[in-house]
Design a protein around this ligand. Structure first.
Ligand code: THU
Length: 134
């Protein structure tokens, strides 16, 4: 699952993104980076808002870059805090990642690399709707 993936490079890219985070409320910067199946690296940082619930997680920016950059499948993903420590994506973002990476997506976790199927068991997705994504 994780062979050939430059995890350190992904983690460095995620940490760089934490420097760009807009987190004046939580003071908890997050950076996310993903490897796309065509070799691109996409990334994002959290963007908070005075309306706390409107805050965009780092993964939101990453997914926007993925789609706006031509789409593709995520094959590896990691997100980090301001110290570069690996953190787990929040529940909502696990759903976002599933949509664009599916069960095989390799996710860096504090417990090592795990499949998206393990990170989001019994996911609700296009199959649940009886639809294909295309
Ligand atoms: N955050 C993310 O950016 N991604 C996650 O998966 C977890 C939480 C951000 C949102 C908020 O700006 C801050 O972390 C504290 O919750």
């Amino acid at each position: 699952m994780e062979s050939g993936i430059d995890w350190q490079g992904l983690r460095d890219a995620a940490l760089r993104m934490t420097r760009l985070a807009y987190a004046p409320y939580s003071h908890y910067p997050v950076g996310a980076a993903g490897l796309v199946d065509d070799g691109r690296i996409v990334s994002g940082c959290n963007v908070e808002n005075a309306g706390y619930g409107v805050t965009l997680c780092a993964e939101c920016g990453l997914i926007s870059e993925l789609v706006a950059g031509g789409g593709g499948r995520l094959v590896a993903f990691c997100c980090v805090d301001g110290q570069g420590g690996i953190i787990m994506p929040c529940g909502r973002c696990r759903q976002l990642l599933w949509e664009h990476g599916g069960p095989e997506l390799a996710v860096a976790t504090p417990a090592g690399v795990q499949s998206m199927a393990r990170v989001l068991p019994q996911a609700f997705d296009a199959d649940s709707l009886g639809l294909s994504r295309d």
